[in-house]
Design a binder for this molecule. Sequence first.
Ligand code: HEM
Length: 128
Amino acid sequence: MPRVSAAFFMTGALCLAMGMCWGIAMAVSQNFALAPAHAHLNLLGWVTMSIYGTFYALTRETLSPRLAWINYVCATLGVAVMIPTLAVFLATGNQALEPVIGIGSLLSLIALLTFAISAFRELKRPRL
Ligand code: HEM
């Protein structure tokens, strides 16, 4: 497995561990106000990262390491910026935080675009 895939899976597992603890805390406290942030941590941090990691593991012979690492850095920064800010926004309603959530979302979108370029390279590469 290429190192970038292991990095995606390691980061994804950390996000899932945090997301599960967060879900358990919501269930215990019966306070679901932060449920959207919990859901985005699990979906962007665990599900999406695992799919990226699986793709690069499957294309280890032909991947562009530079694109794959840009994908990883943007995806990780996107989660790191967006999720805590979204949680504080949900808890406080502070609208000044909205642009920061937007920056996190854009980083996640850039990560997806680099993934799409990688997928397109794989689609177009010559085959025997
Ligand atoms: C230990 C594991 C988990 C626990 C204890 C947990 C717990 C919870 C709780 C208590 C809620 C709020 C329910 C409500 O509003 O009535 C919730 C919502 C949600 N969770 Fe989890 N969860 C877990 C794992 C996951 C995972 C792995 C995912 C996705 C991959 C996920 C996605 C969602 C989504 C999409 C929502 C709905 C959010 C919303 O309504 O805004 N959860 N979860």
